[in-house]
Design a protein around this ligand. Structure first.
Ligand SMILES: [Zn+2]
Length: 321
């Protein structure tokens, strides 16, 4: 079991220890701190002194029908650091482009494909073509399981045409983030091998100050078990439930370990899979977790000031064609 390291500001360190922590903090707080140096199991990250783009952190859970798309905007010295996780189906290409531009996003510092299913990356090629992309990240499936869909091929082509290299995303991959925040990639394991693509989903934990968010793509119970076995800290205030609220995700043990105050489910009214499944909704209710759903609440915005999180719902859905 990996050793868990905790990173607390000056807690019980005395004046000398406090100064050392402060020094390390200033050394690390260049515009986008490389969180490769962040320890596994980050409980909280010290917030930088107010400068540059003022907070809060914004996380948009876009309503893209029966799909997934989340935009993370982390305030930093040079403006917002923008990470887009997933895009929804191809029909959302223009709608998502407009929403991002309306929000003032010109550059995606990180574009993450949780896994290569079209409800998550159907229009990602378009996003690559239309925005300045800092880095493109996605899990690598074994060769015999690599997708052959047009959407996937187009994404690879779009990236190569713009000279964007793809960084394989797996447990431990370092993702840049501004001071005050840290990303941890909890899954998939480097040599993971699963039957379907869902369990190859990148599971990403974002810590901002004392708050944390967990993004799970379509990871299901088997991947959740592996994450639990790996022993990483995965507590989060907000859990985006895996696989659109399917009962094959959000297992009891995983939910207990994440122990969220809030859950978000991304799905479409009347979808043919019956998402979210009754069992998942009941489980969240029983645990008194406040749950937001894109099928009922439209696009959802969570804002964190580093210690508390507030939600705004009923923001417009992303237009589809
Ligand atoms: Zn999906």
């Amino acid at each position: 079991m990996p050793q868990k390291k905790k990173f607390r500001r000056g807690a019980g360190l005395g004046p000398v220890g406090g100064l050392v922590v402060l020094l390390i903090f200033f050394l690390l707080s260049s515009r986008f701190q490389l969180s490769g140096s962040a320890p596994e199991g980050v409980e909280s990250v010290p917030m930088p002194p107010a400068q540059g783009q003022e907070g809060p952190l914004e996380v948009y859970y876009f309503d893209v029908g029966q799909g997934d798309s989340q935009l993370i905007r982390i305030p930093g010295e040079g403006g917002y650091f923008n990470m887009l996780i997933d895009t929804g189906e191809y029909a959302y290409a223009d709608g998502l482009t407009s929403r991002l531009r309306d929000l003032g996003v010109e550059r995606l510092d990180a574009l993450v494909c949780s896994h290569p299913h079209t409800d998550h990356m159907g229009c990602m090629a378009r996003i690559v073509q239309r925005f300045d992309i800092g880095g493109l990240y996605m899990p690598m499936l074994p060769e015999d399981k690599a997708p052959t869909t047009a959407a996937y091929e187009k994404l690879l082509d779009a990236a190569s045409e713009k000279g964007i290299s793809i960084t394989p995303l797996h447990e431990g991959t370092a993702l840049e983030s501004p001071a005050g925040s840290a990303f941890q990639v909890l899954a998939p394991e480097v040599d993971a091998d699963w039957d379907g693509a869902n369990n190859f989903s990148a599971v990403v934990r974002l810590v901002y100050g004392e708050t944390a968010f967990l993004f799970t793509g379509d990871a299901e119970e088997e991947s959740e078990e592996m994450i639990l076995d790996d022993g990483n800290l995965l507590s989060a205030d907000v859990l985006k439930c895996g696989h659109h609220g399917s009962s094959s995700s959000t297992s009891d043990a995983f939910l207990r370990a994440v122990d969220p105050l809030y859950a978000v489910i991304s799905c479409e009214t009347g979808n043919r899979y019956g998402h979210p499944h009754r069992e998942t909704v009941k489980k969240l209710d029983d645990a008194e977790i406040i749950t937001y759903r894109t099928d009922k609440d439209g696009t959802i915005l969570a804002e964190s000031n580093g210690s508390t999180i507030t939600f705004t719902k009923d923001l417009p859905p992303v237009e589809s064609q």
